[in-house]
Write a protein that binds this ligand. Structure first.
Ligand code: SIN
Ligand code: CO
Length: 388
């Protein structure tokens, strides 16, 4: 798959991934609306990593993971990173290990996400992978976000319900529905996939040991957007003038904040303005910002000459930890707005969309474009891009 990015497929092309629908039909009929079971969404898919490799990731300090176990006494949630000895002590059933952001660490996982490019990159959150021995799972719950649950190795029974009653059990360390009423259920085999819009109740139970790949989306709340936008605006606004009151009336109470003062401050604050372009810049910066636990790996230093040679030979890809977005001619990479030359825009659009530039893209002309190569080298040294 590596040198064959899922280039610009047309929206009208039917996709096995979407049960033979095209992306446009899926978006119109199912996205954020109703669940969809897709048998053999990815024929032959049996996973991208072994249970041991997943456990290995859960031991790393920059990986978010949870171990959830269920005993007669109730539910228990432990947060990673784990010591590998923890896994040796686990019982044969009734637990599950969940690892977030597997796409940050595994190039194949980042490539898998490219199959979901009919949803904007800015809406994508990450790939979570779970392992459970027989009967394991996280219980009946609902999520606030869209998710595609792709079955890897092994089988899982999924029960779902569009019930209105979303009351949660109190006093447990995870979200479990009080009254889950199964409406539909299926056993998913490797390569099968279940799409769930937000708030559809679901309960996945491992049938024998199994691994599930959750392609999860993000949707910021209005409150989060507002508070982040206000802090963005704080660095942008430049108001002139100072509070002035040559018309100061005599007050009876010197301690009183009179209407006169409130009106003046209100007039000053009414000068705060923002344009659609400010909002676009905010979204580009905010939605491309890495989560706070993410650490970019810096490579060994390399000379410009060697860098050029390797580009021509291997091509370059965004690191799984990077997010690159654009709006018009504004480009954003990992929370920063890039300064770009118009001549490079088509190339940056391609890198942002496909997350990689094949070696064949690096013609002699590009390789001799000093500005371009230096910009890429800067990103390489920051760990934002890596050789394919
Ligand atoms: C799992 O993989 O066990 C959990 C996925 C989910 O229910 O969201
Ligand atoms: Co869920």
């Amino acid at each position: 798959m590596k040198n064959n990015p899922t280039h610009h497929y047309s929206l009208s092309q039917p996709l096995a991934l979407l049960s033979g629908m095209n992306a446009e039909q899926f978006l119109a009929e199912y996205w954020q609306k109703k669940p969809l079971l897709i048998r053999q969404a990815i024929p032959g898919f049996s996973g991208l990593l072994s249970p041991d490799e997943l456990a290995g990731l859960a031991c790393e300090s920059d990986v978010q993971s949870r171990l959830i176990s269920h005993k007669k006494s109730g539910w228990k949630v432990e947060n990673g990173p784990f010591d590998e000895r923890r896994f040796a002590k686990l019982p044969p059933k009734d637990w599950t290990l969940l690892v977030q952001g597997v796409n940050h660490h595994l190039p194949e996982a980042d490539q898998l996400l490219q199959q979901f490019r009919f949803v904007p990159h800015a809406r994508l959150d990450d790939l979570m992978v779970s392992f459970a021995p027989d009967a394991g799972g996280v219980g009946a719950h609902f999520d606030s976000y869209d998710v595609f649950l792709l079955q890897g190795e092994g089988r899982r029974l999924w029960r779902i319900s569009e019930q209105k009653d979303l009351a949660l059990v109190e006093g447990v360390p995870l979200r479990i529905l009080q009254n889950f009423q199964t409406e539909q259920e299926w056993v998913l085999e490797p390569g099968d996939m279940l799409y769930l819009p937000p708030h559809v109740a679901h309960w996945g139970i491992a049938v024998g040991a199994c691994m599930t790949y959750s392609i999860g989306f993000r949707a910021p709340s209005a409150q989060e957007l507002a508070s982040e936008f206000l802090s963005f605006l704080q660095d942008k606004i430049k108001l002139t003038g100072m509070y002035a009151d040559p018309d100061l009336p005599l007050q009876q109470h010197p301690a009183e904040i009179e209407q006169h003062m409130v009106q003046k401050v209100s007039n000053m604050l009414n000068a705060i303005r923002w344009e659609k372009e400010d909002i676009a810049e905010f979204i580009g910066r905010y939605l491309s910002e890495p989560k706070c636990h993410i650490v970019f790996d810096s490579p060994a230093s390399v000379t410009l000459k060697v860098f050029r040679q390797r580009l021509a030979k291997k091509g370059i890809a965004l690191s799984g930890k990077s997010q690159m977005l654009f709006h018009g001619n504004s480009f954003f990479l990992n929370g920063e707005q890039l300064s770009t030359l118009p001549a490079h825009h088509a190339l940056w659009v391609e890198l942002a969309d496909d997350r990689q530039l094949a070696s064949s893209r690096f013609t002699e002309e590009l390789l001799n474009d000093a500005e371009l190569i230096e910009q890429l080298l800067g990103w390489y040294q920051a760990g934002y891009v890596q050789f394919v």
